[in-house]
Structure formats: structure tokens, C-alpha cells
Design a protein around this ligand. Structure first.
Ligand SMILES: Cc1cc2nc3c(=O)[nH]c(=O)nc-3n(C[C@H](O)[C@H](O)[C@H](O)COP(=O)(O)O)c2cc1C
Length: 391
């Protein structure tokens, strides 16, 4: 509840951030408006973006007391691999727009925390640049482009680089209508005078990012026509490359060329979850892309219980969109998710304080999740089920 005197942490020391909301406030302070819009914005009226948060307030807990919880164990097994924590970093492109070498900083913080990191097709750094990070559990996300050569090259590179899983994003074949973002780029993607002034007023960001030049899209560089190599041109070019006819046939083809775990990201119905399993996927991400694609799409929490009823144990069930609290994570696990993916929660940390900021975001969520488990009287993830919730 807000009242005079209450405010989020306003300094620069990420260790003093108490919640993800503190990191968000720090990120808002550091970033120019057009970068902040890229990070925060949703599609159209942002109904889905808001629902992703509101949906959690309708769910409460049924705590048990005197259960001798001790320190709850948060480890879980996803796709045959034990994870120390039940969350994974979601794929996000343009991380280099938030911090210099943002992809590396995210991946390093994830590796040190024992958290899996998913690299985006449109990351700024190449797959191979991150593959050598010690202890990194590295997943790769695929946007299916019209060019089969591009897809097969990326899949081959991911395999050689040791990526453990391939995640195909299926909800962005048509680009979402992010109107506030579009208003920022009235004259194409090139910076206007207003952008340049905004950069001057955000010197910490400008020194980290602009002083080194906006980074290229590492994984696309080999495929870019010579006249499309700038950041602005590539952003437009890459959107035009996305395969508009994306269908289950593409998934069946990818299943043939990728032998390790395959995950479909962007599933929003029980029927599609079943089709994913039939097409040979090992997992799904129930996701509305953080409210950035279809405005009016359900929140993952709305459909997770039905999907879990049908498919729990058969394929890995992941969920993302709107997770900012340990309580959110525990609610989704109790509804049947095997793990949660973090988009903006990790990016607020990155924007606020680089690798230390991401590490802080992961620690905050770990502590909140463990505390929530203890408060509801649950010793391990396996003990979580719907009886723990007041629905
Ligand atoms: C800035 C930003 C960039 C994103 N880029 C990608 C991407 O390149 N590929 C992808 O599959 N999803 C992308 N997403 C969606 C995330 O993977 C994830 O689904 C979403 O952020 C989850 O919602 P949350 O931000 O509320 O946690 C992006 C999201 C954000 C916020």
C-alpha cells in the first residue's frame, strides 16, 4: 500500500534492492525513455500485460502449521536435469541495449546461481561467445525465419556449442502491435534529436551502451545483406525474415534435425499443448510473451491447471509472463508448472546493475520462494499441489 514516506529504493547499490520492484525502479532511473519502453511495453491497451500481474492477486494460500519445514529444498528436475532452483532465464533479444554485453552478464549471473539461461535468436552476442562460460546451463531459443539455411545453421551451431535444449517461439510469427514502442520510432528505427537528448540525460546508460555503439545481432551477422548491417536496418530486416506461415510442419522438421530436448514456447491452450506432445516436443512454455503479442491473450495462470491435468509427467510444463515474486512462483508450481521462466524480472536486474543486478534479482526470488514455502509449511517442490492454494 502506498502512503507518504513509502518509496522504492532510490540509490544505485543493487545489494540494497529488497524486491524486484526496487530493481525495476532503479532500471527506470537509468534508462532513457525509448529503451525503457522496449523493456516494459506491452501490446495495444496492455490488457494482457496487466492481467499477468493481476491474476496472482486472485489466488491465496492455505498454509499448514507445525510441519517442521526447516529450510525448504527448492531443487527440481526438468527434462531429466536437476535444477537447484525452479526458475530459468527466458530468452530476450537486444540485451545489449540495456547493458554493454548484456547477454554475457545475464548468462554469467545465471551460471553462478545454478540457473539455466536461454539465449535468444536475436541476442546481441553469438551463441559461441557464451558457450564457454563456466558452469553455464545453456538453452537456445529459435525464431523460425523464412530461410531454412538460417534455421539449420543456427540449430547446428547450437548443437556444436553444447546447448542443452532448443526452444521454438511460436507466438511471434506476426509481430505484436506495441504502439508505445512505435510512437518512439516515428521516423524508422534511427535515433531522432529527442532520443539523443534523452541519452544525454541518462549518462550512466549512455557510457555503458552508446559510447561503444549499439551492438549488432550476433547470430544474424553472417546472413545479413551488406547494406543491412546497422542496428536499425537489422531490427527491421529480422522482422521481415520471420516465417509468417509457421505451423506444426516446421516443428516436425525441427524435431528431425534437433535430437536434444525440444520446447515449444507460446502455447496458450490445452489442445496446442497436446499437439506439441504429439509433434514430439519434450516441453512447452505456457506464455503470452510477457503481454507483448496478442492483447487479450489469457495469462498462463488462467490455463495452467487444465494443461497440467492433461499433460503433467508427459512433457515438461514451463510458464512465464508476469512473474515478479516468490509467491507467484510457488502458486504456479502448485498449479502444476515444473518451472518458471523469468523475463523482465531478470532484465530489471541487468538494467539496474549489470551482472550484480541479475544476481540480486535471482537471490531475491530464491529467498522469496524459499520463505513462501516455509510459511505455507512445505518442505519441497514435490509437496506442492492445489490443496496449498485458495482458488
Ligand atoms: C525486452 C524483451 C525481449 C524479449 N525478447 C524475446 C525473444 O527474443 N524471444 C522470445 O522468445 N521471447 C522474447 N521475449 C519474451 C520473454 O521470453 C518472456 O516470454 C516474457 O518476457 C515473460 O514475461 P515477463 O517479462 O513478464 O516475465 C522478450 C521479452 C522482453 C520483455
Amino acid at each position: 500500500m502506498a502512503f507518504a514516506g513509502r518509496k522504492y529504493y532510490g540509490g544505485r547499490d543493487v545489494k540494497r534492492a529488497v524486491t524486484i520492484a526496487d530493481l525495476q525502479a532503479m532500471a527506470r532511473d537509468r534508462l532513457p525513455a525509448f529503451v525503457l519502453e522496449y523493456l516494459e511495453g506491452g501490446a495495444e491497451d496492455e490488457l494482457t500485460l496487466r492481467r499477468n500481474r493481476d491474476v496472482f492477486s486472485a489466488i491465496g494460500f492455505r498454509p499448514s502449521t507445525l510441519t517442521g519445514v526447516g529450510v525448504p529444498d527448492l531443487s527440481t528436475t526438468v527434462l531429466g536435469r536437476k535444477m537447484r532452483l525452479p526458475f530459468i532465464i527466458a530468452p530476450t533479444g537486444f540485451n545489449g541495449l540495456l547493458q554493454y554485453e548484456g547477454d554475457r552478464l545475464l548468462a554469467q549471473a545465471a551460471a553462478k546461481a545454478g540457473v539455466t539461461f536461454t539465449q535468444s535468436t536475436v541476442s546481441n552476442m553469438r551463441i559461441e561467445q557464451l558457450a564457454g562460460i563456466p558452469d553455464l546451463a545453456h538453452w537456445i531459443q529459435l525464431y523460425v525465419f523464412r530461410s531454412q539455411t538460417f534455421m539449420e545453421d543456427l540449430v547446428g551451431r547450437a548443437e556444436r556449442a553444447g546447448c542443452q535444449a532448443l526452444m521454438v517461439t511460436t507466438d511471434a510469427a506476426t509481430f505484436g502491435n506495441r504502439e508505445w514502442d512505435r510512437r518512439n520510432y516515428r521516423s524508422g528505427m534511427d535515433p531522432t534529436l529527442r532520443h539523443k537528448l534523452d541519452m544525454l540525460f541518462h549518462p550512466r546508460w549512455a557510457i555503458s551502451v552508446m559510447a561503444r555503439g549499439i551492438p549488432p545481432f550476433g547470430n544474424l551477422l553472417d546472413f545479413l545483406p551488406a547494406d543491412q548491417q546497422t542496428f536499425a536496418r537489422t531490427a527491421i530486416w529480422s522482422r521481415e525474415q520471420v516465417e509468417p506461415d509457421l505451423s506444426w510442419n516446421h516443428i516436425r522438421h525441427i524435431r528431425k534435425i534437433w535430437k536434444r530436448p525440444l520446447i515449444i514456447k507460446g502455447v496458450m491452450s490445452t489442445r496446442d499443448a497436446e499437439l506439441a506432445a504429439e509433434a514430439g516436443a519434450d516441453g512447452i512454455v505456457i506464455s503470452n510473451h510477457g503481454g507483448r503479442q496478442l492483447d487479450g491473450a489469457p495469462s498462463p495462470i488462467d490455463i495452467l491447471p487444465k494443461i497440467a491435468n492433461r499433460l503433467k509427467g508427459r512433457i515438461a510444463i514451463l510458464a512465464d509472463s508476469g512473474f515478479r515474486r516468490g509467491t507467484d512462483i510457488v502458486k504456479a508450481l502448485a498449479l502444476g508448472a515444473d518451472a518458471i521462466m523469468l523475463g523482465r524480472a531478470a532484465l530489471y536486474g541487468l538494467a539496474a546493475g549489470g551482472e550484480a543486478g541479475v544476481a540480486r534479482a535471482l537471490t531475491i526470488l530464491e529467498e522469496e520462494t524459499r520463505r513462501t514455502m516455509a510459511l505455507i509449511g512445505c518442505r519441497s517442490i514435490a509437496e506442492l499441489d492445489r490443496d496449498r492454494l485458495r482458488l
